[in-house]
Design a binder for this molecule. Sequence first.
Ligand code: UD2
Ligand code: MN
Length: 578
Amino acid sequence: MRLRRLWVRHQGKLLALGILALLVILASSPTPLRDLVKREEEGVVVVRGERKKDYHDHDYLRVESRQKGPGEMGIAASLPASLDKEKDDLYKVNGFNARLSDEIALNRSLKDIRHPKCKEKLYLANLPTAAVVVPFHNEHWTTLLRTAVSAYNRSPKHLLKEIISGHPELTCHSHTDFLGRKLDEYLATHLPIARVVRLPERWGLIRARLEGAKHATADVLIFLDSHTECTTNWLPPLLDPIAQDYKTAVCPFIDVIDFETFEYRAQDEGRRGAFDWEFYYKRLPVLPEDEKNMPEPFKSPVMAGGLFAISSKFFWELGGYDPGLDIWGGEQYELSFKIWQCHGTMLDAPCSRIGHIYRKFAPFPNPRKGNFIARNYRRVAEVWMDEYKQYLYMRQPGWLKVGTGDLSDQLAVRERNKCKSFKWFMENIAFDLTKHYPLVEPPDYCNGTIQSVAEPKLCVDSKLKGQFDRLDSLGQCGQSSQFMFQLTAYKDLRPLKSHNCFDVPDLKGERAPVLLFGCHKGLGNQMWKYDVDNQMIRFGHYGTHCLDASVGNKEVYVALCDATSMTQKWKWSYVNEE
Ligand code: UD2
Ligand code: MN
C-alpha cells in the first residue's frame, strides 16, 4: 500500500460541525492460512521452552529509510511565511500546527529512539489479536490518518493475521458527515482494515472509546488518541505481557510530537504514572531495580490515559469505563485504580513507543454541561478512593457541590470483582506517591506579591501568561491573582496555585528569560531560593543568578547576582521565618 500526503486543498473544510462518528478499521481479506503458517515457522526460535520471534519488518524499515521530504525521520519542519494565514486559522481550531501536518507524509519515517536492546528483543510467537480504538472529536484530517497509517504500517500484519482467528481492528470517531463520507472513501481505498462507527452526537471521549470497544472483535483493545504516531515494532511489546496474563494492561512510552514543528522526540526514558491531590497527572521516578532491568516492562501505578492495551476480557470484567464519565478527564484514574484494586497489573513497556501531539492549548469549547470534570473526578473518588478522597476535597471544596449522579453500577463492579481498598493501592503500588505529593501540602517559603524594592516599586505580574509564555513583566501592585505567587516547599516559584513554574532553560546572556513551564519538582531549571538577608530571589543550585528587572521598560529576567543592585531586591508579602 502506498500512502501519500493528501487533500491539502480541502483540509479547511474538515473541521467539525457536530455529528460524531466512530471509525473501526477491520481486517482486509485474509491471506491463505497455508502461506502464513510457513512464514511464521521460519522466524520462530524456542527460548526456555517458549516459542518466540523477531517481529521487526526489516523490508519495511529499509523502504522507510529511503523516504525524503519534510518531517522525515521525525526532524523538525516549518512552513513558509506565505502560509501564515492558513497556519493561524488551523492552529486556532486544533491547538497545534495542523497546516504543517498537511505538508508531511502520512507515512513519514521516524528515527528509532528505542533502548538499543529493543532491536534484539523477541516476543511470543503466539500473540493475541489487537483492535486499535481511536476516539476523535474535531480531529484534523492528516493527524488522524497518520495515527491509523502509522499503526497499520508498523504492525506485523501478516503474522498477526495468521496468529489471530479474528480481525485486527482500528476504531475512530469523526465529527461531520462530510468528513465521515470522505473518510470512508479514503479508508476503503487505502486502509481497508479501517472502519468508522458514527455516534449521533458528541458523546465525549470516554463513551466514544466504550462504543469503539464494543465494536471490536479482537482479543486485545488498544486505545490511541487521534493525533499519535506508532513507531517501529510498537505492537508486540504491548501484546506480549497480556498473552502471559490477561489481567495485565500495558502502556507504551509516550513520546512528544512537537505541536509547532512536528519534531519527534522522547519525553523521557521512563517514569511511573501518578497524580497529585488535585488530580493532575504526575510522574514518579522509575524504581532502581526496574532501571537495572531496562528495557523490560515495569509496573506503573497510573496510566497517562490515552494510549494503552488491555485484553477485551479483562476490560469488560471491569465493566469497561464508567459510562457516567462525561466528555474528558478522570477515566485514566478510574481504569488504573480498577486494574490494580481488582487484581490486575499495569506495566509500561519501554520498547513500545508512540508519539502524541500535546496541544499548545485546548481548542474545544466546553459543551455547556456544567463542571463535568469535577463530576467525573468525584465519581472516581467516591467509588474507588475510600477515605483518601478527603485529600482531594480538602484542596477543591467546590467539587463537593457538584453532584455525582447514580453510582450503584460502579459500586457493583467493585463488589462483584472483590476489589481491594485504595489504602492497599497506596501502600503497595503507589507507595512513594505521598513522598512526592504529600497528602497535606507543606507550607510555602514565601507567598503573596513580589514587589520590587527599586522605585517605582512595581510587582511581578503574570497577567495573561500561561504554559510556555515568557514571564516578563512588572505592573502596578494589586491584590488580584495576577500578582500572587508562591515559593513552595519544593523550591519552585509559581503563580499562586498554578501548575506552571518559573523556569530558566538557558542562563546564557546577560538577561536570561524566565518562562512558565509545567512544574516538575525536580529542582534544576525550576529551583529558587529567597535570600532573606539580601532580599534577593536566587535561581539554581548555586544561586549565582538572581531575579532582576529593568524598571524602565517593566521587564523581568534573570541576571548574575549583584547584592548592590536595587533591581535585584524583592519583597514578598509573606515570608515563612522557620
Ligand atoms: C489526555 C489523554 C487522553 C485522555 C485525557 C483525559 C494522553 C496522551 N492523552 O488527553 O487520552 O485520557 O487526557 O480524559 O494520555 N475526544 C473525543 N471526544 C471529546 C473530546 C475528545 O473523542 O469530546 C478525543 C480526542 O479527539 C482525542 C482524545 O479524545 O483523540 C483525547 O482528547 P485530547 O487529545 O484533546 O486530550 P489530551 O491529549 O489532553
Ligand atoms: Mn491528545
